[in-house]
Every structure is written in C-alpha cells, then in structure tokens.
Design a protein around this ligand. Structure first.
Ligand SMILES: [Zn+2]
Length: 155
C-alpha cells in the first residue's frame, strides 16, 4: 500500500538519510502492528528523532521491544531502497489524494524499502537498509492517545 503522508515534509527534515529511511520502516511497522496512521509530525535530526502515533492505549514494554526488533530485522535484511514514479491517475484507489498539497506535481515519487514499505516521499534516503545501522528507541511517552516515540540510529 502506498501512503502519501511523507510528501508534506520540508527539506530540512531529510538532513539524515539513514535516520529518515529508518523512519519509513518504523512507520510501516507501526501501521502493521497497531493499524494506526503513519506519523504526521516527525522531527528527524542527526542525533535523535521523534515520531507521533495515535493509539487507543499505551503500548506495553513487550510491544515496544517488538517494534524495535521488527525495525532492526527489516534493516538487517539489506533491502534495496528504490525510487519509482507514478502518475497521479495511476495511484491505487486506496490512496487518499486529499492529503496531498494543492501544488503536487502530476507525477508522484514513490519510495520503496524492499517490498516492506512504499510511500510517496520527496526526501533523501539511503540506497540499501544495510547503510542505516541499528535502530534504538530512546524514550516514549503516551498522553491523550498520542504516543511520542524518540529514537536514534547508530553504527
Ligand atoms: Zn522519505
């Protein structure tokens, strides 16, 4: 499934391709585990990053460990990160184009992490998940349905 969330982000959030590519994998992992949306207000920096997810209840320690393990599992598969282009007319029906900015071009740039994740994104990514390093959750807090997850990647 292709998601268009990431297309709204500004360029400065893509300063770190490894961290940002890890964010794609984290987003897909959260969608699969919790059925939530991808993070809409991620803040990606070289040292640490944060993503917010809206969940009905706080994840358990076991679930947090599973998130971390799953992301590292995908990273360790050395998956290629590839770019493809699809015209707006050919975007699959399940994509909500209302989320796209008005001025979006007729062609969407789709970033795929192996066959694990696909989303529309204008950012910079590594070419292979082997370049990401190890994903680590630093802290989490859960308030009023919002899980804020801070993480880093390290070699
Ligand atoms: Zn991206």
């Amino acid at each position: 499934m292709i998601d268009t969330t990431d297309i709204n982000k500004s360029n400065k959030e893509y300063a770190n391709p490894a961290m940002h590519t890890a964010e794609h994998i984290l987003n897909q992992t959260m969608v699969r585990m919790f059925g939530c949306q991808r993070s809409r207000n991620s803040h990606i920096e070289r040292k640490k990053s944060k993503c917010d997810y809206y969940l009905n209840e706080a994840p358990t320690q076991e679930q947090l460990a599973e998130i971390e393990n799953t992301v590292n599992d995908i990273i360790s598969k050395n998956l290629p990160v590839t770019i493809s282009f699809v015209s707006k007319e050919n975007v699959p029906d399940e994509i909500d184009l209302n989320k796209l900015p008005e001025n979006v071009s007729e062609t969407l740039r789709i970033v795929s992490v192996g066959d694990y994740d696909k989303c529309a994104c204008i950012g910079e990514h590594v070419k292979n998940t082997s370049e990401i390093g190890r994903f680590k959750i630093l802290t989490t807090d859960y308030t009023d349905g919002r899980l804020r997850l801070r993480f880093k990647v390290e070699q």
